[in-house]
Write a protein that binds this ligand. Structure first.
Ligand SMILES: *Cc1c(COP(=O)(O)O)cnc(C)c1O
Length: 364
């Protein structure tokens, strides 16, 4: 039996007719940038996040970058970033000219450890990027307390956590602003690249909108040296269709996670832990194993595809060699990078597929 790491098939089969009809509608309307589909999606997605404003943009990296730029973060500044994340979090900081300062994760949640942030704060620190990694919210309350104490912005990297809850509250409106990705493989994915900024800060929303549109507040009037990073009508239209189904698709992922948790019994495996304050949306079902490569091979031999998130921590990437952070300096991020394995997780996994994964892990 073959089990894919992820597939869009089940999700897309359900909405194929609606998507194709929408394609035809937008196509015939002949209006592809900055129209009513984007406006409607922005309103609907802000409401989904229990936040006031949403500004569509080109992708998740741009969403994070535009927030930092709009808050005036620049060369000479420092931004706290988790050491265990996807590189986009750190790159968004670097593109402003500021320096990412890595903070270790909790080995239980894999998210930034709030207790290790304060020691990294300097007079140059301007913001904390909290990543809701794998779909579980970071522990935001202590982060918000530190931000208040040191007058820092809090930016959520929400690329993996659409719809997740922290103490019953939707992520996306917990800090000053949040960056979302709608990369196809994310829990809410477009049929191409797309992203959005969500915030309750009107001034920030307006500035991000201008910065992503050539720094223009109205046509041919450029107040900033902006970028071109806009959500287009076609992707917004597709995202609106998917958003209507997202809660149901998320519950299916959560059910798969529950069946995994109840079924997997193997002392060599560390299962993910859903914290009391969290509703995890399982973008990634991350297990850990000291014999990861052997486990990966065992699963592959049984037709089960897996992935690693992420095999090389940020500070050991070639892109960040200038920071001169040596191996061993961020041991928890390194340990996770050496032991993490992501199991198949997608909407519409069958009982047989889930049980095949469970049985193969139990027999390892
Ligand atoms: C996917 C992702 C991003 C970047 O999103 P793109 O749309 O690919 O630019 C940023 N941060 C995290 C944690 C991600 O997983």
């Amino acid at each position: 039996m073959r089990v894919e790491f992820a597939t869009f098939n089940k999700m897309h089969d359900e909405i194929e007719n609606e998507i194709l009809a929408k394609f035809k509608e937008v196509y015939e309307k002949n209006w592809f940038i900055q129209g009513s589909e984007v406006e409607d999606f922005e309103e609907e997605f802000a409401a989904y996040c229990d936040a006031k404003y949403c500004v569509g943009c080109g992708n998740g990296l741009d969403a994070l970058f535009l927030i930092l730029k709009a808050y005036g973060i620049q060369e000479g500044d420092e931004v706290i970033v988790p050491s265990n994340t996807y590189i986009a979090t750190a790159l968004a900081v670097s593109y402003t000219g500021a320096t990412p300062v890595f903070v270790e994760p909790s080995i239980i949640t894999y998210n930034i450890d709030p207790e290790k942030i304060e020691e990294k704060i300097t007079p140059k620190t301007k913001a904390i990027m909290a990543v809701h990694l794998y779909g579980q919210p970071a522990d935001m309350d202590p982060i918000l307390v530190l931000a208040e104490k040191y007058n820092l912005r809090v930016i959520e990297d929400a690329a993996q956590a659409h719809g997740a809850l922290y103490n019953g509250k939707k992520i996306g409106g917990l800090g000053n602003a949040a960056g979302f990705s709608f990369y196809p493989g994310k829990n809410l994915g477009a049929l191409g690249d797309a992203g959005a900024v969500v915030t309750n800060d009107k001034e920030l929303a307006d500035k991000v909108r201008a910065l992503g549109n050539y720094g223009s507040d109205y046509k041919y009037h450029h107040v900033y040296m902006g970028n071109n990073s806009r959500l287009d009508e076609m992707q917004a239209a597709f995202l609106r269709i998917k958003l209507k189904n997202l809660n149901r698709w998320t519950e299916d992922r959560r059910n798969t996670a529950k069946v995994y948790m109840e079924g997997i019994h193997n002392d060599k495996i560390i299962l993910p832990k859903e914290l009391d304050y969290a509703k995890h949306v399982y973008h990634i079902f991350a297990i850990r194993c000291n014999e990861r490569e052997r486990l990966e091979k065992h699963l592959q031999d049984n037709g089960i595809m897996t992935n690693k998130h992420y095999p090389i921590p940020m500070h050991l990437q070639g892109a960040y060699k200038e920071l001169n952070i040596s191996k061993g300096s961020l041991p928890l991020a390194e340990e996770i990078s050496e032991t993490e394995l992501s199991l198949p997780m997608y909407y519409g996994m069958t009982k047989e597929e889930i049980n095949h994964v469970i049985n193969c892990i139990n027999s390892f």
